[in-house]
Design a protein around this ligand. Structure first.
Ligand code: GRF
Length: 223
């Protein structure tokens, strides 16, 4: 099976970085992890734009503090999801966005949006997908009595938290855990995994064929 790099055949460099738009709805700790990573010397991605669908989020403050263009596009201001998404698409096009990263974005994107960015929308979910989709993933994990939890970086498809998996990180679940403690442990891993995988995408190490994803091993020949 011929596998090709997810975004482009040309591996990005710090001087020619992959342009991201990060979609947020709240705190933005994953956005912060991306901002910090983007400032590191060898990083091959750049946050071109941040979009929040909620007004005055903490995440917007993080973008402003970092000098990153940030806009609020509130879904409640539109009469239809299509109009909301058309505005998201227009903004992304205006900023020459190549990869959309959902980092705590609490809206489901429709096939209309996804068709504009085929295999170009990535999500981070605080569970070992396909387990525990939707909200309160840590709560669901505790209720189910799992011994290991974690997070997943995956491509977004039309389902909820179920697109092709790019990478996962695992954390233990301890007998005395509560939701908050488990969620914090998972988030520490999210903040490491998400920037790491965006960098891997940027340098062409995430390969795809149909809906199958694999990571190029260091020893693989360059295609
Ligand atoms: C993260 O746990 C992410 O996995 C989930 O929503 C949470 C957002 O947290 N989709 P933050 O806004 O990045 O702090």
């Amino acid at each position: 099976m011929y596998m090709q790099p997810l975004i482009s055949d040309t591996p990005r460099t710090p001087k020619n970085p992959l342009r991201l738009c990060v979609f947020v709805s709240g705190n933005g700790s994953n956005l912060q992890a991306l901002i910090d990573a983007a400032n590191a010397p060898n990083t091959c991605f750049k946050i071109a734009l941040v979009i929040s669908n909620i007004k005055n989020t903490f995440a917007l403050g993080r973008a402003h503090a970092a000098g990153i263009p940030a806009v609020t596009i509130c879904h409640n201001d539109f009469s239809s999801r299509l109009d909301f998404e058309k505005t998201l698409i227009t903004q992304c096009i205006d900023y020459h966005v190549e990869l959309v990263v959902l980092a705590g974005f609490m809206r489901v994107l429709s096939p209309h949006f996804l068709s504009y960015f085929p295999n170009q929308v990535v999500n981070v979910h605080p569970a070992l997908c396909p387990a525990f989709p939707g909200i309160h993933a840590a709560r669901q994990a505790l209720a189910r009595g799992v011994k290991y939890a974690g997070c997943t970086v995956h491509l977004v498809n039309e389902g909820v938290d179920e697109g092709p998996i790019i990478a996962q990180a695992i954390v233990p679940v301890y007998p005395d855990d509560d939701e908050n403690r488990l969620q914090k442990r998972i988030q520490i891993q999210e903040h490491l995994l998400l920037p790491k995988m965006i960098q891997e995408i940027a340098i062409g190490n995430v390969l795809i064929a149909d809906s199958e994803i694999c990571l190029r091993k260091k020893s693989d020949p360059v295609i």
